[in-house]
Write a protein that binds this ligand. Structure first.
Ligand SMILES: C[S@@+](CC[C@H](N)C(=O)[O-])C[C@H]1O[C@@H](n2cnc3c(N)ncnc32)[C@H](O)[C@@H]1O
Length: 273
């Protein structure tokens, strides 16, 4: 056997997933059941974010149209709730935010984000940034000053103190972080609570996605949600809510989802309870 060839035992170990096995157990998987540090950054990026897919462009255009309405630099602090290794939401937030916090529990994703901030973003993010700029001319040609405003914070985003942000965004997190309907609702509630009353919210959700795999890796949990489920989760918490949906992107792997649900809203004012 060649030096460095993994032993069968090592291969078995490498296949072990977020709950220690390749396949998730029967029943509902909750956030605490999952070892998020096992998140496979390289597989995730290569399947989803090494190219600007039509669905990314649509999400960016959708969010840009909302963020354009917020004056550049007028939003003191913004939050990306469960950032993963995805840079485009942070670039989008740069159009209007003086300070951007990216909260994420997985060590692998946090390490990737910090490396991107310290050493400059991978060239593959440039088309994403150009799309953000075309939707929002307030963004400078050079993304470096935008990235300089980002701080990466490792942790559970549900622990973010309430009310500290003017704007929060969340991409594919509440429905990916649990399979439990009540916990999904808790994630949505925690996301809304991060902003001050009247604070701005933008989000995207995978529509009707169940458990999925990345690369040849193990299964990851997912809660099936659609536009009505998103509406029901956010209606009691927000005002000026707008929901759109787009069809599944045929250029992405066939994870079994049916589309994406896009949301903009404002956190309910204190007077509305
Ligand atoms: C499908 S990925 C989405 C990542 C990224 N937001 C994106 O747009 O690609 C789900 C993310 O939720 C994160 N996550 C899981 N539990 C979380 C928690 N308690 N707080 C914040 N993020 C969490 C995972 O670590 C992972 O990065």
């Amino acid at each position: 056997m060649a030096p460095g060839t993994p032993l069968p035992g090592d291969r078995e170990l490498a296949r072990r997933g977020p709950t220690g096995t390749e396949w998730l157990p029967d029943g509902v998987v909750r956030n605490a059941d999952v070892d998020w540090d096992r998140w496979p950054v390289e597989d995730y990026l290569s399947e989803n974010y090494r190219h600007l897919h039509p669905s990314d462009a649509t999400v960016i255009d959708h969010h840009s149209a909302y963020l354009r309405g917020l004056y550049p630099g007028n939003t003191a602090r913004s939050l990306e709730f469960g950032a993963g290794p995805n840079l485009y939401p942070l670039l989008l937030l740069g159009a209007c935010s003086r300070e951007i916090h990216a909260v994420e529990p997985a060590e692998s994703s946090v390490a990737y984000l910090r490396q991107q901030l310290e050493q400059g973003m991978d060239a593959s993010w440039r088309p994403f940034y150009d799309r953000c700029r075309s939707g929002n001319p307030a963004l400078p040609m050079d993304p470096a000053p935008v990235l300089a405003r980002v701080r990466v914070i490792r942790g559970d985003a549900r622990g973010v103190p309430p009310g500290g942000y003017d704007l929060a965004s969340m991409h594919f997190v509440a429905e990916a972080a649990t399979e439990d309907q009540e916990e999904f609702q808790d994630f949505c509630r925690a996301f809304v609570a991060t902003v001050r009353p009247g604070g701005h919210l933008v989000a995207a959700f995978m529509e009707n996605l169940g458990r999925y795999r990345l690369g040849a890796g193990p299964q990851w949990p997912h809660h099936r949600v659609d536009a009505e489920g998103v509406r029901a989760a956010f209606a009691p918490l927000t005002e000026q809510m707008r929901i759109e949906r787009i069809d599944a992107d045929p250029t992405l792997p066939d994870y079994g989802y049916t589309g994406m649900v896009l949301l903009t809203a404002r956190a309910r004012s204190a007077s509305q309870g």
